[in-house]
Write a protein that binds this ligand. Structure first.
Ligand code: PSU
Ligand code: MN
Length: 309
């Protein structure tokens, strides 16, 4: 293990024995949800991964190391700290390590950490993507580049329509990232199960997903795979109402001149206010479901790749 990584003993053992491990990001804890529901959500996710037979590994930067797995005190520190923690993408990781900052990892940075630790599967809520108006702002999340270069399977509920979903899928296609729909032919739109946009392949079970991961990496193709798992039907929000709220959230961010890495957290917080918390409840539900699916994929992939004894 790289000396900058600090895995918990449980995770180090699981990885050494080829048992399934699921990485979890921490920006959704610090910047994606308010305290204390972010802490409830972080704990619930870990429990969900365990219940599905894998070991959870929440990733964050603390005291100059990348922690692979957080104990309850560390989870609490991050959840309570909220946006006082740095939001770390690829470019920020070396800075935070060098100065010893408390940092929460985005999808991109969590993929880097997972890869270094030898974790193949990672669960999150939504990935970053191409922002609406990117043709003038150039705001394209580093998550997309990371998916193109780092070999990790990212399980998400699609991307929020605060983004430009057709452009996001175009970039993923150009960069060679398979976009798999879990039990669906359509790329899900986070709060809703459908976007009208096709995925590159539908998979109806975790064995199919694991076989694709194995084939991609066995070939030596660089980069990840995006597995899009639609929000459970019972938790889905009304598409038109959400679109109206997103319009207001975007206008609010625009009028305040919000730019760069502050855009996504600002929009998420505005949506939560505008929907009186319904967006937050849906967010928690879909991440839990993604954690469950990711644990299944990790187990199926471990069954293919574990050395036979
Ligand atoms: N989308 C969500 N919730 C989130 C994020 C995105 O629905 O919490 C977070 C993730 O950590 C993601 C990051 O990697 O925001 C993307 O930020 P940016 O758009 O600045 O790249
Ligand atoms: Mn951005």
């Amino acid at each position: 293990m790289h000396e900058r990584l600090l895995p918990t003993p449980e995770i180090a053992d699981a990885l050494a024995e080829g048992r399934p491990v699921v990485a979890l990001e921490s920006t959704v804890i610090s910047h994606g949800m308010p305290y204390p529901r972010n802490l409830d959500s972080a704990r619930a996710l870990e429990a969900e991964v365990r219940a599905a037979g894998a070991v959870p590994a929440t990733v964050a930067v603390m005291d100059g190391r990348i922690r692979i797995g957080l104990d309850d005190a560390a989870l609490e520190r991050l959840a309570e700290g909220g946006t006082a923690a740095w939001k770390l993408s690829r470019r920020d990781l070396p800075v935070a390590l060098a100065v010893g900052a408390l940092g929460a990892t985005t999808v991109a940075a969590t993929m880097i950490a997972a890869r270094m630790a030898g974790i193949a599967v990672f669960a999150t809520g939504g990935i970053g993507g191409v922002h609406r108006g990117a043709e003038t702002s150039f705001d394209v999340s580093a998550d997309l580049d990371e998916l193109a270069r780092t070999p990790v399977c990212v399980v998400c509920a699609g991307a929020k329509s605060i983004l430009d979903l057709p452009k996001t899928l175009e970039v993923l296609e150009t960069r060679g990232v398979p976009v798999l729909g879990f039990g669906t032919d359509e790329f899900p739109a986070f709060y809703s199960r459908r976007s009208g946009l096709p995925v590159s392949r539908r998979c109806d079970n975790v064995t199919e997903v694991a076989a694709i991961l194995h084939a991609k990496w066995e070939l030596g193709l660089e980069g990840g795979v995006l597995l899009a798992n639609p929000i459970p039907p019972a938790d889905e929000l009304d598409g038109e109402a959400m679109e109206a709220a997103i319009g207001l959230a975007l206008a609010d961010a625009d009028s305040k001149g919000i730019k760069g890495k502050d855009v996504t957290p600002h929009l998420l917080a505005a949506l939560e206010r505008l929907t009186e918390g319904r967006s937050l409840t849906a967010n928690m539900a879909l991440i839990r479901d993604n954690a469950r699916v990711a644990a299944g994929v990790a187990a199926a992939f471990a069954a293919i790749t574990r050395p036979k004894d």
